[in-house]
Ligand binder design. Structure first.
Ligand SMILES: Nc1ncnc2c1ncn2[C@@H]1O[C@H](COP(=O)(O)OP(=O)(O)OP(=O)(O)O)[C@@H](O)[C@H]1O
Ligand SMILES: [Mg+2]
Length: 359
């Protein structure tokens, strides 16, 4: 995929901007607090439907304005496309794809495919499992809509099952009601876990190779916490629910299933969460995103857009160079305060106070 043009109107600190992008690396360069991250946010917003910072619509709208508008023109294997998003301080946001109104955010997901990395993505390695599950869900949904709908369905069943577990009814009534919801939960859980396991299988080999190229000496391993090598998913979940029903009734929530799973990253056999340095964690998080570019391509037949926010700081010169060398084959938007010396061509977009000063 390739973004040709981004138009921003009263979006964050932009009044009106019209930005043309090229193939390969596009450096978004400028001093601190000029609008570089805001530009990447606009692209992510039109891809995933929400801000990477989880900002509310009214926080995105420029101070003093009532509306924000973002228009992106891009080309895909299927031809040229446009997405337009209108944020309104007082009403719901509206989205148009190729000039047709979109009713659900789920319809937007996967149309403009992006992979995003920001300093915040370190949480993929060092924070709570929820962040890693969100990574799985956002990533797989980009190429598998059915997965996205399974996640939505699973959350619904999970809430219903938890309501039963928490309720004041007698144990017999609860057990009777659970007879309906537990099998539904297990069926949907199975679909989700199968796809997550397959996704990690694909991702880990690609990531291992990229990681080796960037670091030279380190060996990266990635595991999904649910082991399906011995028994089927259904069998395992059935056993877990049967054995632990008293515990679940006491706690009042569902203790097993994909909402509790995790990803484990290891460098040279040591868990990155506890042992890796800041630079190593950053490298792993970045490598995982680069590997994701390849996984998505294997499913949709073309590369997504790569958005790298502030990726150069904290990587040493050698890692920076190798990383840039790897990303020039994608359309990449990289924000930075200064451009390193490179021996290949790139596009430079200089941002100052919400305006493009050179392009
Ligand atoms: N709704 C808004 N309206 C107007 N300005 C805003 C709004 N939201 C954020 N800003 C401003 O946008 C400015 C630029 O933010 P941005 O995060 O894009 O900077 P940056 O160029 O990425 O800087 P850095 O190099 O420090 O990462 C900030 O100073 C912020 O105050
Ligand atoms: Mg920034």
């Amino acid at each position: 995929m390739k973004i040709d043009n981004i138009k921003l109107n009263t979006f964050r600190n932009y009044e009106n901007a019209n930005i043309s992008l090229k193939d390969g690396i596009n450096f978004i360069v400028g001093k601190n607090a000029q609008g570089k991250t805001n530009l990447l946010e606009s692209v992510y917003l039109l891809s995933v439907g929400k801000s990477p910072k989880n900002s509310k619509d009214k926080q995105i709208i420029k101070f003093g304005a009532d509306k924000s508008r973002v228009d992106i023109n891009f080309s895909t294997r299927e031809g040229n496309k446009t997405i337009q998003m209108l944020l309104d301080r007082f009403n719901k946001k509206s989205i148009r794809i190729n000039n047709l109104n979109v009713l659900k955010i789920a319809e937007l997901v996967g149309v403009l495919s992006v992979v995003y990395f920001s300093p915040d993505e370190l949480k993929l390695i060092k924070e709570v499992p929820e962040d890693r599950r969100r990574f799985l869900d956002v990533s797989i949904s980009q190429f598998d809509k059915a997965y996205l709908y399974d996640i939505i369905k699973y959350d619904k069943i999970l809430k219903q099952r938890n309501t039963i577990l928490k309720s004041n009814s007698s144990k017999e009534t609860k057990l009777e009601e659970l007879k309906l919801f537990t099998p539904q939960l297990i069926d949907t859980a199975e679909q989700i876990i199968i796809k997550r396991v397959k996704f990690i299988e694909n991702l880990k080999n690609i990531a291992k190779n990229i990681h080796k190229t960037i670091t030279n000496t380190e060996s990266l391993e990635i595991f999904y916490s649910f082991d399906i090598s011995t028994k089927s998913i259904k069998e395992q979940l059935n056993e877990l629910f049967e054995k632990n029903i008293d515990k679940e009734l006491e706690l009042g929530y569902t203790c097993f299933g994909p909402h509790r799973d995790d990803i484990i990253f290891k460098i040279n056999d040591l868990d990155c969460k506890y042992y890796a340095s800041q630079g190593q964690q950053r490298t792993v998080a970045l490598v995982v995103k680069l590997a994701l570019m390849e996984v998505i391509k294997s499913h949709i037949g073309e590369y997504p857009i790569l958005l790298l926010d502030d990726v150069l700081s904290e990587l040493d010169y050698s890692r920076q160079n190798k990383m840039l060398e790897l990303t020039k084959k994608y359309q990449t938007l990289i924000t930075c305060t200064s451009i390193p010396i490179l021996d290949f061509e790139y596009n430079k977009i200089e941002i100052e106070n919400g305006q493009v000063v050179t392009q």
